[in-house]
Design a protein. Structure first.
Ligand SMILES: Cc1cc2nc3c(=O)[nH]c(=O)nc-3n(C[C@H](O)[C@H](O)[C@H](O)COP(=O)(O)OP(=O)(O)OC[C@H]3O[C@@H](n4cnc5c(N)ncnc54)[C@H](O)[C@@H]3O)c2cc1C
Length: 282
């Protein structure tokens, strides 16, 4: 069992990892080899101390070099759930692997695309965030897939292997998946509706679409979806000054704790969370 599992490989998670390493704590960090789409997309960064006018790509490249030198490897797996047990945490990935740790740092960022009405209400009753966890439940059924990032495109193909019909609603332009059972829709639904389970997708000014399930393929899951029992407010983890949450041993840092959404804040909070967790482990 490691001391800490960090969820997220953006500036907050990387800062937490570097601080835990300096404090000689064992840890695993989950995320992407590309670290953070939000860093990569920044055209010019003007407000990060010491790095005047760098592009997002330059910042990303500097972060990758630093991780390489520190010999910190990112585990390229998406975390599907974090479970607080009596004196440890179990972290489950979308590939159904489990990992254990004494503490957790949530550095999962925020999804900039708004939630669809009904998304939380029908979670586990037809709404899913995980293709590999729940795709098999929709064999020969009709599903809608709302995909927010090209990096998650492979999950659409996975779902199309099971479902009879897939309504694909991509939130980006250069979509590359093509299958006979995939029907593209270029409009965001207004609401997910149903009685006990998901039944329909509602679009403004159009006929409702009958579906058995809705998959939300997002880069970042909301902290409340990720960790059962976590206290949140407006979709953000509620934290104290030392970045601790309401769950003992669970800390949060970066965009997932709220505004301002900025690199300097993310990095500072990652550092504080790692120090506080190191104290907690004593
Ligand atoms: C276009 C753009 C330009 C910006 N420009 C600036 C700027 O100039 N200055 C500034 O200060 N800020 C800027 N920002 C904001 C800045 O990018 C964010 O504040 C910062 O990236 C937050 O860092 P983070 O580590 O909290 O989250 P993120 O950078 O979002 O990183 C979170 C990481 O966690 C991963 N993750 C999420 N959930 C899971 C999971 N369940 N399992 C595994 N991994 C997971 C994600 O894939 C991602 O890699 C910009 C943002 C955008 C979108």
């Amino acid at each position: 069992m490691v001391d800490c599992i960090i969820i997220g490989s953006g500036p907050a998670g990387i800062s937490a990892a570097l601080t835990l390493q300096a404090n000689r704590k064992s840890f695993l960090i989950f995320g992407s080899q590309d670290l953070s789409e939000k860093v990569e997309k920044a055209e010019k960064i003007h407000n990060y101390p010491g790095l005047a006018d760098v592009s997002g790509r330059e910042f990303l490249s500097a972060l990758k070099t630093q991780l390489e030198r520190a010999e910190i490897d990112i585990i390229e797996e998406k975390v599907a759930g974090v479970y607080a047990l009596k004196d440890k945490y179990t972290v489950m990935t979308q590939g159904n692997k489990t990992y254990e740790s004494k503490g957790v740092i949530l550095a999962c960022g925020v999804e900039s695309i708004k939630q669809v009405e009904g998304e939380e209400e029908f979670l586990g009753r037809g709404v899913s965030y995980c293709a590999t966890c729940d795709g098999f439940l929709y064999k020969d059924k009709t599903i809608a897939v709302i995909c927010t990032s090209k990096r998650l495109e492979h999950e659409i193909g996975y779902l199309a292997d099971f479902a009879q019909k897939v309504y694909l609603i991509p939130m980006y332009k250069d979509i590359e998946v093509q299958r006979d059972n995939i029907h593209m829709i270029r409009k965001m639904p207004k609401a997910i509706i149903g009685a006990r389970r998901v039944e329909k997708l509602h679009f403004a000014g159009e006929e409702d679409l009958a579906v058995d399930g809705v998959f939300m393929l997002r880069e970042s899951l909301s902290p409340a979806v990720l960790v059962g029992g976590l206290q949140t407010e407006n979709g953000h983890a509620v934290v104290a000054r030392d970045m601790s949450t309401n769950l003992k041993g669970c800390y949060a840092a970066g965009d997932c704790t709220g505004r301002p959404y900025q690199y300097a804040k993310a990095v500072g909070e990652g550092n504080i969370a790692a120090h506080a967790l190191s104290e907690f482990l004593k």
